[in-house]
Design a protein around this ligand. Structure first.
Ligand code: MG
Length: 161
């Protein structure tokens, strides 16, 4: 038995008339994120971390934005699909740590809800899923409020083969 880790990074641009969905939770805000799917930047970073740990490439290979099947897709459904790929390979998620980078809105009031939602989606206890938030201190695209970025690290346990 061994553990492996993967990293995931994603960013999406703010747009009018879109919901702001982070970790499967809709956050009240005057703008949301643009994207082919529901643009859940946090879940996308986690998916890429899981794919990375499993050596399965990246989210764009599995869910191309040219594929109409994923238009408006619930990113938690994409996550469930990826968890199926991991299970087929005898890999179990043991821990996920993530950071959301955004200037506004404040994530603190929603952090526990996001954590609980992701923990359920990942079949992990909440203490094995950590969600952090930071601002861009006014710098760069995050600091100017142009979009949101997210980073994640996932740890998997693989059964020895
Ligand atoms: Mg994305």
């Amino acid at each position: 038995m061994s553990t492996v880790s993967g990293i995931g990074v994603d960013s999406h641009r703010f747009a009018a008339d879109r919901p702001l969905i982070l970790g499967g939770v809709t956050i009240p805000h005057e703008r949301g994120l643009a994207g082919h799917s529901d643009a859940d930047v946090l879940t996308h970073a986690i998916i890429d971390a899981l794919l990375g740990a499993a050596g399965l490439g990246d989210i764009g290979q599995h869910f191309p934005d040219t594929d109409e099947r994923w238009a408006g897709a619930d990113s938690l459904a994409l996550l469930a699909h990826v968890l199926g790929l991991l299970a087929e390979r005898g890999a179990t998620v043991v821990h996920v740590d993530a950071t959301v980078m955004l200037e506004r809105p404040k994530l603190a009031p929603h952090r526990e809800a996001i954590r609980a939602r992701l923990a359920t989606a990942l079949s992990l206890p909440p203490e094995s899923v950590n969600v952090k938030a930071t601002t861009g201190e006014g710098m760069g695209f995050v600091g100017r409020g142009e979009g949101v970025a997210a980073m994640a690290v996932a740890t998997l346990r693989r059964s020895a083969s």
